[in-house]
Design a protein around this ligand. Structure first.
Ligand SMILES: Nc1ncnc2c1ncn2[C@@H]1O[C@H](COP(=O)(O)OP(=O)(O)OP(=O)(O)O)[C@@H](O)[C@H]1O
Ligand SMILES: [Mg+2]
Length: 363
C-alpha cells in the first residue's frame, strides 16, 4: 500500500536511486537504506540507534541532529528520507468514498473528517490510498456478492491524517540536516506494506493479523484478503515487559533489560505476567474481528523488538491460540549489506519491518 501523506508536492514520486527510511521508535530508531536495482530493491545498510529522548516531544533541532546521525550511520550516500509517523501521531482507517479523483478525495476527507474518521482533527493533513478491488479466485468469473457488499460507485480507501505541525517539523529538520524530506508514512502501514511484498499470496488470499510489538505500544492489524479490516493499539510493549520482570525479580530496570535481551531461561516466569497480559489483549482484538466478520484469523505475523526473543513469541502463541510467527520482511530484498550487518540481519530483521515498509511506500 503506497500510502503517504502527500504534503511534499509529490516529490517522493520521483524515482530515487537510493532512499533512506527512518522508523523513529519510542525506544529505538531503526533506519534502512534501499537502492533500486532495475526491478528489484537492495538493502544496502541498516542502523539501530537509541531514540533521542523518551516521553517528550522532540524539537526540530534535536530531530535534525538525529536525522543527520542516522544518515551518517547509513553511509551518507543518500539524502532522500522518508519517515514513519508513530502510532500516536497518525490516524488510519479504512473507509468508503465515492469514485472521484484522489485530489478530490483528500479534499472530501479534509472537509468531512469528523464523519469519516470519527474525530475532530484541526490543523491536520489528510491522505487517501485507493485499495485495489479484490481479485476473484481463478475460475470464478462472477463477483461474489458477499465480497462486493458495497455499491459499485464507491471505492474502499485507506485514509490517514497527521498534524500539519508534525509534517512541518519533519521538513524543517530534514532541511537542517541537509536531507530532503520525501514522505511520511503512518507506522501502522509499515508492516502492511512489507508484508504485501514479502508474502503476496498470503496477503491477497488469507485472513491474518500483523502484530508489531513496540516499546510502549503494540499494534494489531487484521488483514482480510488484502484489506485492512480492523486495527487497534494496545498499551503494552517491551517497556512494560522489562518493568514487570524487574519487579518480579526485584532488580533494577536496567538489569532486567539486560537479562531479558540475554534471555536466560530462568526469566521465563518473571516475563509471564506481562507477556500473557499482552497475549490476552491481542486475542481480544482477534475475537472482535472474528465475531464481527464470522471469519477466523488463521495466522499471526509478529514484528518489533520484543519478537527477537523466541521465548516471548512462544508465550504469546500459548495465549493467542493461533499460529504465531515472526516473518522476514527482507525476503523480497536483495541483500547487499556490509560484513557484520549481513551476519546479523536475521536477528535484527523483525525490528526493521516498519522501516522497510516505510521505504516501500516512498518508492
Ligand atoms: N532480543 C530481545 N529480546 C527481548 N526484547 C528485546 C530484544 N531486543 C529488543 N527488545 C525489546 O524491544 C523493545 C524495542 O522494540 P522496538 O524497537 O520495536 O520499539 P520502538 O519501535 O522503539 O517502540 P514503539 O514502536 O512503541 O515506538 C525494547 O523494549 C527492547 O527491550
Ligand atoms: Mg516501533
Amino acid at each position: 500500500m503506497g500510502l503517504n501523506l502527500p504534503f511534499l508536492n509529490g516529490t517522493f514520486r520521483r524515482k530515487r536511486a537510493q532512499v533512506i527510511a527512518i522508523d523513529l521508535g519510542n525506544r529505538t530508531t531503526k533506519a534502512v537504506l534501499l537502492e533500486r536495482r532495475g526491478e528489484t530493491l537492495a538493502l544496502m545498510r541498516y542502523a539501530l540507534m537509541d531514540a533521542p529522548i523518551f516521553e517528550k516531544k522532540i524539537s526540530p533541532d534535536l530531530l535534525a541532529d538525529h536525522l543527520h546521525a542516522v544518515a551518517e550511520a547509513l553511509g551518507g550516500t543518500s539524502k532522500y528520507v522518508s519517515m514513519a509517523v508513530g502510532l500516536g501521531d497518525a490516524v488510519v482507517r479504512q473507509i468508503e468514498l465515492p469514485q472521484i479523483p484522489l485530489d478530490e478525495m483528500r479534499h472530501v476527507l479534509k472537509m468531512n473528517h469528523k464523519n469519516y474518521l470519527q474525530q475532530d482533527l484541526p490543523n491536520h493533513v489528510f491522505d487517501c490510498y485507493i485499495i485495489p478491488p479484490r481479485l476473484q479466485p481463478a475460475g470464478n468469473k462472477t463477483p461474489e456478492p458477499a465480497r462486493t457488499g458495497l455499491t459499485p460507485t464507491k471505492f474502499k480507501v485507506l485514509a490517514a491524517a497527521a498534524r500539519q505541525q508534525l509534517v512541518n517539523d519533519f521538513i524543517q529538520a530534514a532541511g537542517t540536516a541537509s536531507l530532503v524530506a520525501d514522505a511520511m508514512v503512518p507506522a501502522l502501514i509499515g508492516p502492511i506494506n512489507a508484508f504485501e511484498n514479502a508474502l503476496p499470496e498470503v496477503f491477497a488470499r488469507d485472513t491474518v493479523a500483523l502484530v508489531d510489538i513496540g516499546f510502549k505500544h503494540t499494534s494489531v492489524c487484521v488483514l482480510d484478503r488484502g484489506e485492512l479490516a480492523t486495527n487497534r493499539t494496545i498499551n503494552i510493549g517491551g517497556d512494560q515487559i522489562t518493568a514487570g520482570l524487574a519487579e518480579a525479580m526485584n532488580i533494577s530496570y536496567a538489569e532486567a533489560e539486560g537479562i531479558k535481551v540475554g534471555m536466560a531461561p530462568e526469566v521465563e516466569t518473571g516475563l509471564q505476567n506481562q507477556v500473557l497480559a499482552l497475549g490476552r489483549e491481542i486475542r481480544a482484538s482477534l475475537d472482535f474481528f472474528e465475531h464481527q466478520q464470522d471469519r477466523a484469523v488463521t495466522e499471526v505475523y509478529m514484528s518489533g523488538g520484543s519478537t527477537r526473543s523466541e521465548m516471548i513469541v512462544k508465550m504469546l502463541h500459548s495465549e493467542i491460540l493461533a499460529d504465531c510467527k515472526t516473518w522476514n520482511a527482507t525476503s523480497f530484498l536483495q541483500l547487499a549489506l556490509p560484513g557484520q550487518q549481513a551476519v546479523e540481519i536475521d536477528l535484527v530483521g523483525p525490528q526493521l519491518t516498519v522501516a522497510i515498509g516505510t521505504a516501500l511506500a516512498a518508492y
